[in-house]
Design a protein around this ligand. Structure first.
Ligand code: T5A
Length: 210
């Protein structure tokens, strides 16, 4: 049964907007949801998020960034995600380990084995049942995200960084087609949402008439 759903994609593709849409659909169908995000989701995780996404110009090594992502994740899994799944709730998470493969693996070009070792250590066999990657060209994500506040430490990266992130996401979808799907997020919001709803029906998370 599909209980752990994550939403992924480069900056500004519409993860937050669509997470709320999915939550409403699930609740209308009678499923109890916990909506959360990474990095974050717990007091310690949110404090780490503040450090990771700060506006400071201090250089952070890629290894420190990777380890902080997994430190926040370990806490999140122990305090929020596993307890919710054990209570038969559906967990909807804005980013998870696929973001680490995409940003620290693709973007920062860290050795993927470091990520998979940490994934195994921190998560054991737990993987999302369904990961929806909202895919759009970098310039579209940038244009949408740019309408908001000042860029954070990661948003300040150049287009080639986000191009590698996007390519890493596409590779992940190709490697794990049974649990990771790509949605064309360059379309209007209503058309993106139609694709998501179709996917939720395909995975039997929603009934056909929802
Ligand atoms: N990170 C995270 C790592 O490096 N490694 C990790 O392991 C993890 C977990 C987290 C940062 O941390 C990094 C990745 C990130 O850099 P974040 O807040 O999760 O940061 O990520 P952001 O991508 O910065 O989130 P955003 O809020 O910027 O983007 P969203 O959520 O994708 O976009 P959203 O929904 O806020 O939409 C942006 C704008 O576009 C509009 C919306 O109305 C909004 O104005 N919009 C559309 N407009 C037109 N057409 C559509 N289809 C639209 N969809 C949304």
């Amino acid at each position: 049964m599909v209980k752990f759903i994550t939403l992924e994609g480069i900056e500004g593709v519409g993860k937050t907007s669509n997470l709320l849409f999915i939550k409403e659909l699930l609740e209308l169908s009678g499923q109890e949801c916990v909506v959360t995000r990474e990095p974050g989701g717990t007091p310690l995780g949110e404090a780490l998020r503040g450090l990771l996404l700060s506006h400071s110009d201090e250089n952070m090594s890629a290894d420190a960034e990777l380890l902080m992502m997994f430190a926040a994740r370990a806490e999140h899994l122990n305090k929020v995600i596993r307890p919710a799944l054990n209570n038969n709730k559906t967990v909807l998470c804005d980013r998870f380990t696929e973001a680490t493969y995409a940003y620290q693996g693709g973007g920062r070009q860290l050795d993927v084995n470091k990520i998979s070792n940490l994934e195994q250590w921190v998560q054991g066999d737990l993987r999302p049942d369904l990961t929806i990657i909202l895919d759009a060209p970098v310039e579209i994500g940038r244009a949408r995200a740019g309408k908001r506040s000042e860029p954070d430490r990661i948003e300040k990266e150049q287009d080639d960084f986000f191009q590698r992130v996007r390519e890493a996401y596409i590779d992940l979808a190709n490697q794990h087609p049974y649990r990771i799907c790509l949605i064309d997020a360059s379309l209007e919001l209503k058309d993106v949402q139609k694709q998501i709803q179709k996917k939720l029906i395909e995975y039997k998370i929603l009934m056909v008439n929802c």
